[in-house]
Design a binder for this molecule. Structure first.
Ligand code: SF4
Ligand code: SF4
Length: 150
């Protein structure tokens, strides 16, 4: 767990190995608190990035290191329909006030579901190699497909 970092957006926080134990060291049945507040305190009204996460919460750690392909977002085509936000299985689409803002690459697993459900033509999200720079990916964006005549 040493050196696990969250991003700027999530508030940079280095998780010190001395203070933490690995998953295989945790006693069975133990409760890992997600927040540094009593359980009865409701944090649902606080925006996700402002909640007092504990070091045991996966929100504070980057967990996407095994991703090999990633979604790239094209703001110019997006219609803010929120489909990607609804369907992402890792809550990795960042949306505020019904406006799509981008992808949380700390937690995105590269599954491609967001691309599948994006309804625009061409899609506003496309999968690229993890190594591809966003600008280079945007330069390769496909043109709008014409409807086939029946
Ligand atoms: S690729 Fe998968 S995990 Fe990543 S943002 Fe899209 S739906 Fe979410
Ligand atoms: S599904 Fe596509 S069009 Fe809809 S908000 Fe997401 S990126 Fe934008």
């Amino acid at each position: 767990m040493k050196g696990v970092l969250a991003t700027d957006r999530r508030g940079i926080r280095e998780l010190g190995a001395e203070e933490l134990v690995g998953w295989d060291e945790v006693t069975q049945g133990v409760i890992l608190e997600s927040f540094e507040v009593p359980m009865e305190e409701n944090v649902a009204h606080i925006r996700p990035e402002e909640r007092p996460y504990s070091d045991f919460s996966s929100y504070t750690a980057t967990v996407a290191s095994w991703r090999v392909i990633k979604p790239v977002y094209n703001r110019d085509i997006c219609i803010d329909c929120q489909n990607c936000w609804v369907w992402c299985p890792d809550t990795s689409i960042i949306s505020r006030d019904k406006q799509m803002l981008g992808i949380d690459y700390d937690h995105c697993k590269g599954c491609g579901v967001c691309v599948e459900v994006c309804p625009t033509n061409p899609k506003s999200l496309l999968m690229f190699s993890e190594a591809e720079e966003p600008e280079a990916a945007l330069a390769k964006w496909p043109e709008k497909k014409k409807k086939e005549k029946k």
